[in-house]
Design a protein. Structure first.
Length: 667
């Protein structure tokens, strides 16, 4: 054995869009690994030629009016989506790094990838080190993008970027920081990556379908009426909608243009008299067209709903529409501060209301129909997961069969497909064994695929899209005999999970104030994890949804938690090169009954809606309090009662037997 000492920090949210934690201090963790242990294999692609071509365009007058000394390639698409279509994976194309978060910066003689703690290991294994350097964001001493550019660029340099793939707030912050160093951020209208990406995939053209009122709880016309109310309160004559999930939610439409996310490429705009949908109309099914013209509405809102005029226009015409809108209507135009710099800059600052989209806030508070759908979806998902873990245990422990990470993914998908209204995964399943489980955003490939045995921890983080809801669940198990340290780490993660699940807090409390409760029991012994503790989840929409998060980092747009929010509760611990632990369930924010009510503020708590057993074999009961054991026993009884009933009704006896075994009370 030899020992390696390295820095770690507590940082970004798990498999999420929230990877920007600020770290107060560094500390050391000693990692032991075998002398002959090899790094996980991940494909490394040579990037020398594409970098050479990009650098030539950075000086070419056909693409830049004056040469730029650096070019920035963010991870975003034009809608600032977290997950993006293949045609928009420009940063992945130029760098070879496949993680969902990160920024590439290329100068005339060097290139750097900036990414957060979720992706350090992955980036180290994927980058072409002959041409790229990795900058680990969040670590003390790591430079910001502007600081790095200050070090590598000559004075008075021009830094280029496509303004349509960077959020306006990010653009302005970076621009100010660069100006302090004597540099200038320049919009480059022709995306330089597109110009050198010879085999760039075509944009997706998948069908758009309606989502029935029995799943949405509100017609799109009712939603528009509420948007009008928000616009009136802000004094806005028009609202520009750029986020794909906001467009899908507003119109009760779903698509599949981005893998795992039931969204489609579209923009929208709402004025006092008309609603505009900018989309490739050929993608609208006949059912979607009918839905947009005739969707039901409540009688109470009939007059206003019927007065709403809808116009469908070509997707590619949206920029011109915004320009004309500025000239044709008086008053203020509301656009999200998360929209691209390219679009925001089309609206004069004096005419602009640049703040959080009202749809983001409305969408985050699920109505009773959506909440009931989420609960149904989680019961169905729990049935599939119980079947999966029962099958896995039988194959590996009893039959001594060979099951690897990829086979496990396929089998879990088979079980989920048997459930009603199943659409597909909500993100790429993280099926990870032993050292692979220590890679927070691990992706199993033929090169990295590992056999699931009784000797190592297995971590499975997966989710499903059902018509009635979106799920996201992580369970960590050991099919053999865990070590004492693995049991301690697992138990402390579970203690944090329970602490958050049991928490009572004032209404509108921001998630940054709750994050420490999940870390407390790890911190007590000098442990931590490199991601946030919770993210919002959509209702048959994106598995990561703002504006509220439970995170070490404050989010300026977080309005505070409110009843109807759905978030994840997912503390973890990762021992590099050895194992990983994460326990993730989804929770609904609900009103809490308290004996007192300070200044009538109102208090809230969480209802856990994920109903999959937490493996008790991995626990060290001596570390659990009586209250924690009571919570766990009560949770497992709920799993027995609710999921057990569903398993019984569906005749899934093997999974039912497994569920009963895994939910035996500790107390």
């Amino acid at each position: 054995m030899r020992r390696r000492t390295h820095s770690r920090d507590d940082s970004e949210d798990d498999h999420g869009d929230n990877g920007e934690e600020d770290i107060d201090e560094d500390y050391k963790i000693e990692e032991y690994f075998e002398e002959d242990e090899q790094p996980l294999n991940m494909a490394i692609r040579s990037t020398g030629q594409v970098l050479k071509r990009l650098r030539s365009l950075m000086k070419h007058p056909q693409y830049v009016s004056e040469q730029v000394q650096a070019y920035i390639i963010p991870s975003c698409d034009c809608h600032q989506s977290e997950y993006i279509a293949e045609c928009d994976k420009r940063r992945e194309f130029i760098s070879g790094f496949t993680g969902s978060a990160g920024t590439a910066i290329v100068t005339h003689d060097t290139a750097a990838l900036f990414t957060d703690g979720r992706y350090y290991l992955q980036a180290e294994r994927q980058l072409d080190k002959a041409h790229w350097q990795l900058v680990k964001e969040g670590l003390p001493g790591s430079p910001s993008q502007a600081e790095w550019l200050k070090k590598v660029l000559p004075n008075s340099s021009r830094v280029g970027c496509d303004p349509y793939v960077m959020p306006s707030t990010s653009w302005r912050n970076l621009s100010k920081e660069l100006e302090q160093f004597g540099h200038q951020l320049i919009p480059v209208e022709k995306n330089l990556i597109d110009a050198i990406w010879d085999d760039r995939p075509a944009p997706p053209s998948n069908s758009i379908v309606p989502l029935d009122l029995k799943f949405t709880g509100e017609s799109w016309r009712e939603k528009v009426s509420k948007v009008h109310g928000e616009m009136q309160s802000k004094g806005a004559s028009a609202l520009i909608i750029t986020a794909l999930d906001e467009v899908a939610w507003l119109f009760n439409l779903r698509g599949s243009d981005i893998e795992y996310n039931p969204v489609f490429f579209a923009y929208a705009a709402v004025t006092t008299e008309t609603v505009y949908l900018f989309v490739d109309e050929s993608k609208l099914t006949s059912a979607a067209r009918k839905h947009l013209r005739t969707e039901e509405f409540d009688e109470d809102g009939q007059d206003e709903a019927m007065s709403i005029s809808l116009e469908i226009r070509p997707y590619k015409m949206f920029k011109d529409f915004v320009r004309r809108l500025v000239n044709q209507i008086p008053g203020k135009i509301w656009i999200s501060n998360k929209s691209s710099e390219g679009l925001v800059s089309l609206i004069p600052e004096a005419r602009r209301i640049e703040s959080v989209s009202p749809i983001l806030l409305m969408k985050a508070i699920k109505n009773p129909v959506e909440l009931e759908g989420m609960r149904r979806a989680h019961i169905k998902d729990a049935v599939a997961l119980c079947e999966f873990f029962a099958w896995l245990e039988e194959e590996v422990v009893l039959k001594k069969a060979t099951v690897d990470e990829l086979k496990a993914i396929e089998k879990l998908e088979e079980f989920r497909k048997t459930q009603a209204d199943y659409v597909g995964p909500s993100f790429e399943t993280i099926s990870s064994v032993g050292p692979n489980a220590a890679v927070i955003h691990y992706r199993s490939t033929n090169d990295t695929n590992r056999i699931i045995t009784q000797d190592e921890i297995y971590l499975c983080d997966s989710g499903a899209q059902f018509l009635d809801g979106t799920t996201d669940v992580t369970r960590t198990i050991h099919l053999g005999t865990p070590s004492d340290f693995q049991r301690e780490a697992f138990t402390r993660v579970v203690k944090g999970h329970i602490a958050l699940a049991r928490l009572v807090f004032p209404s509108k409390t921001k998630g940054v104030m709750l994050d420490s409760f999940a870390r407390k029991h790890l911190w007590e012994v000098g442990l931590d994890y490199l991601h946030g503790t919770g993210h919002g989840v959509g209702s048959y929409l994106n598995v990561h949804e703002g504006p509220s998060y439970i995170s070490y980092k404050p989010y300026p747009d977080d309005p505070g938690l409110q009843p109807g929010n759905v978030l994840s509760n997912e503390p973890g611990y990762y021992e590099d090169g050895q194992f990983g632990v994460r326990i993730e369930s989804l929770v609904v924010v609900k009103n809490a009954q308290t004996p007192h009510n300070f200044r009538n503020r109102g208090f809230l708590g969480f209802e856990t809606i994920t109903l999959v057993p937490i493996q008790t074999k991995l626990l060290d009961p001596s570390l659990l309090t009586r209250e924690e054991i009571e919570w766990l026993d009560s949770y497992h009884q709920q799993c027995r009662d609710v999921v057990g009933k569903a398993l019984e009704e569906q005749g899934r006896s093997q999974a039912l037997q497994w569920l009963r075994k895994e939910t035996q009370p500790l107390g």
